[in-house]
Design a protein around this ligand. Structure first.
Ligand code: NAP
Ligand code: GDP
Length: 336
């Protein structure tokens, strides 16, 4: 039975990846950082019906010794480094922490792998945010990077360190340059989930308006469940490498609003307000990826259309809010 270790297993991608690997017969270990709040472990894993099947190991990406112990305990054949301070806007208010966790945390993982599990295959969660101020209208593995936030700069450092460990020490280390991917398990602060949650609250009479920032930004949005398959495929290749994972279609925040509100029978223009509080010091205006290499080498292609994903997310948020209303005494109900 192959062993996999996932950092960030309590996040969106970690949960979907854990489900995928369990389904393939892996023994799955997850890194869990200490929290004073109860039940941060189970939220997403429970949603996917795999709570209790992932073996949790206490560690933090900023603490090398704890990572060494986790890798020794898991004896992994595959290591997926998905843990990060992943929210771009927070990276301007916490740039140092973002550098330590999203940037140096990846180096801690690479160094620990080199020291105690050099034969393990390593996946680094790189990001289309690294393209930032885009240098080509459509971005692929050869497009120059131009990071526009502390998050993107930290990810770029981690990306190059992954390439460096591959070339210097022969690690089977791959970097997936994933464009935005969403799902009902997306963090509530990201724009897609903020919109679908807002739609549900407005539909159910719990709110009137939805404040947003830049409606003109466009993103290449795919579904997280599709994208974790690409991660796994990268580690099944004989040779490690870097791959763009994207749908090739870009859509504005405005259009995402229109689709999501329309799914619930609402007119977005009656509810969405632009609030400058949600604008950013520097913006990534447009992202659109070319996943030809992933298609050709990995045989990967996205399965879920944007319309299908929007419908799934709105329905999930309607369900969450209805369940919450049915169980008021149990606090905020089934997150995230
Ligand atoms: P997410 O939902 O925000 O999950 C982040 C995970 O990192 C959580 O499990 C979190 O743990 C963990 N984490 C944060 N700080 C940590 C620390 N100091 N030590 C150990 N773990 C820590 O992110 P996601 O959307 O699943 O994304 C997965 C990865 O892909 C991230 O690296 C992200 O930056 C990258 N990425 C995402 C996208 C996207 O569109 N989703 C696109 C490109 C790249 P807690 O639960 O305890 O907070
Ligand atoms: P990102 O691409 O990783 O920064 O993902 P987000 O979902 O956080 O943001 C995607 C785009 O939506 C960015 O260009 C944001 O400026 C834009 N956006 C507009 N309004 C909002 C908002 O209220 N919240 C967030 N998170 N993003 C917003």
């Amino acid at each position: 039975m192959p062993h996999a270790l996932i950092t960030g297993v309590t996040g969106q991608d970690g949960a979907y990846l854990a489900r995928l690997l369990l389904g393939k017969g892996y023994r799955v270990f997850g890194l869990l950082r200490r929290s004073a709040s109860a039940d941060v472990v189970g939220e997403r894993l429970r949603w996917l019906g795999i709570e209790g099947r992932v073996e949790m190991l206490d560690a933090d990406l900023s603490d090398l010794a704890s990572i060494l112990r986790a890798i020794e305990a898991a004896q992994p054949d595959e290591i997926y480094n998905l843990g990060a301070q992943s929210f771009v806007k927070t990276s301007w208010t916490q740039p140092i922490l973002t550098g330590q966790v999203t940037g140096l945390g990846a180096v801690n993982m690479l160094e620990a792998t080199r020291l105690v599990a050099p034969r393990a295959r390593f996946y680094q969660a790189s990001s289309s945010e690294m393209y930032g101020l885009i240098q080509r209208p459509v971005q692929d593995e050869a497009t120059p990077f131009y990071p526009r936030s502390p998050y993107a700069a930290a990810k770029l450092y981690a990306h190059w360190m992954t390439v460096n460990y591959r070339e210097s020490f022969g690690l089977h280390a791959s970097s997936g340059i994933l464009f935005n991917h969403e799902s009902p398990l997306r963090g509530i602060e990201f724009v897609t989930r903020k919109i679908t949650d807002g739609v549900a609250r407005i539909r159910l009479g719990l709110a009137e308006a939805l404040p947003l920032g830049n409606l003109d930004a466009t993103r290449d949005w795919g579904h997280a469940a599709d994208y974790v398959e690409a991660m796994w495929l990268m580690l099944q290749q004989e040779q490690p490498g870097d791959y763009v994972v994207a749908t090739g279609r870009t859509t504005s925040v405005r259009e995402f609003c229109r689709l999501a509100f329309a799914h619930a029978g609402l007119d977005w223009e009656r509810h969405v307000r632009v609030d400058p509080a949600f604008l950013r010091p520097a913006e990534v205006d447009v992202l659109r990826g070319d996943a030809t290499r992933a298609r050709r080498v990995l045989g990967w292609a996205p399965r879920t259309s944007l319309e299908e994903m929007v419908a799934e997310m709105v329905e999930a948020d309607l369900r969450r809010h209805r369940e919450r209303a049915d169980r008021p005494s149990r606090g905020p109900g089934p997150p995230p």
